[in-house]
Design a protein around this ligand. Structure first.
Ligand code: AMP
Length: 359
């Protein structure tokens, strides 16, 4: 986009979850309107967007309507059909670029891309049969993480194999759904960190401080800033994020997840071509949140300062943890954010809070 989107212009958002909701709120603060498209009737973003189109991501009439209303389109959901973004991109700017979405949707393509950009990942092999799995596990000394190449998130569609616990591998491929799989070596990581980074169309890049993530039942539980990593590791993850953005000719915010090894070396686990749960702390501990940063990038505005003014810990409120909200609000240095989801369900992200500590 050569010129910045003027105030009053409309941004289209594919996906109406909490990420879309927070993007729409950030867009409104910069004077933009938003149109959200999502197949779910009770999308959290629908409550705050100017217009909600309740339709499938490949509904041609709905996409025409979206096109007629918007000046630029972005997405908050990784599994938006790439074909939809490519079709829209013929008529309007779509950021992040559909190529980035396509790469991130397939764990095999993602790792091949990362390695070709000079970024280290866990060793991996593609698995399309029980025999592929057998030979892959032999190669990784009996241990590994088997994942579906597509549509996996929050640890879904994964099986862990550990050396010394022999299991029959007959029928595993079938049990995983007979879909294309990837086997990764089991990484003995010391900690998991991530960074949120942003890039504009003219290559300006900004990176937030790395955060340390803890998971529970495969779902992000907390993000702590700063991460307990040394200067060199911190620089390595920042540089890797910047290299990935440049290699993708990226526009927008990206989340990059890393494993940190005992020796301080880092491997990229995965990239998310969108705002990211491990960046929610930025809304409370930085003047410019990841959501505003994304809106700025896709609208052709200059990026904001990613500096954090406070240390903090962000925690997700999953399922009935959201019932803690009234109690949490008693804490003076705590910023609460609820997503307005009408129904509490186990495993459903209902909100999050960020507890500011001193700096
Ligand atoms: P993912 O869906 O790929 O982000 O994986 C979910 C979680 O599983 C990660 O956050 C790690 O805790 C763990 N995990 C994934 N891949 C590996 C791996 N290759 N080695 C060790 N742990 C892994």
């Amino acid at each position: 986009m050569e010129t910045a989107l003027p105030p009053g212009a409309t941004i289209g958002i594919l996906g109406g979850g909490q990420l879309g909701r927070m993007l729409a709120m950030a867009a409104a603060r910069l004077g933009y309107h938003t149109v959200v498209l999502d197949p779910a009737e009770d999308s959290p973003a629908a409550q705050v967007a100017d217009t909600f189109i309740n339709a499938a991501f490949d509904d041609a009439a709905a996409l025409r309507r979206l096109l007629s209303l918007c000046a630029v389109v972005t997405y908050e959901f990784e599994n938006v059909p790439v074909a939809t973004t490519r079709m829209l991109a013929e008529l309007l700017p779509v950021f992040p670029p559909p190529d980035a979405l396509e790469i991130a949707q397939d764990r095999l393509a993602e790792k091949i891309f990362l390695n070709s950009a000079g970024i280290s990942t866990a060793p991996f092999v593609s698995v399309d049969s029980d025999d592929d799995l057998r030979s892959g596990l032999r190669r990784f000394a009996g241990s590994g993480v088997l994942k579906t190449r597509r549509l996996g998130y929050d640890g879904k569609g994964q099986s862990v194999f550990r050396a010394g616990t022999p299991a029959s591998l007959d029928g595993v491929y079938q049990a995983m759904g007979a879909v294309p799989l990837i086997l990764e070596a089991l990484v003995p990581f010391e900690r998991e960190v991530s960074v949120i980074a942003a890039r504009t169309h003219d290559g300006a890049t900004s990176v937030y401080d790395p955060v340390e993530n803890r998971h529970r039942n495969g779902i992000l539980h907390s993000s702590t800033v700063p991460a307990a990593i040394g200067q060199q590791t911190s620089e390595a993850v920042r540089q890797a994020a910047a290299d990935i953005l440049a290699a993708l000719d990226y526009v927008g915010v990206i989340g990059v997840e890393f494993f940190v090894l005992e020796n301080g070396k880092v491997l990229v686990n995965e990239i998310a071509p969108r705002v990211h749960n491990s960046g929610h702390w930025t809304e409370a501990a930085c003047a410019i949140s990841q959501f505003e940063q994304h809106v700025r990038a896709v609208s052709g505005l200059p990026l904001g300062n990613p500096r954090r003014h406070s240390d903090c810990v962000m925690e997700n409120l999953v399922g009935d943890e959201v019932l803690r909200a009234p109690q949490l609000l008693r804490e003076p240095n705590l910023v609460l954010h609820l997503y307005g989801k009408p129904e509490i369900r186990p495993g459903r992200k209902m909100g999050h809070f960020t507890r500011l500590t001193s700096r």
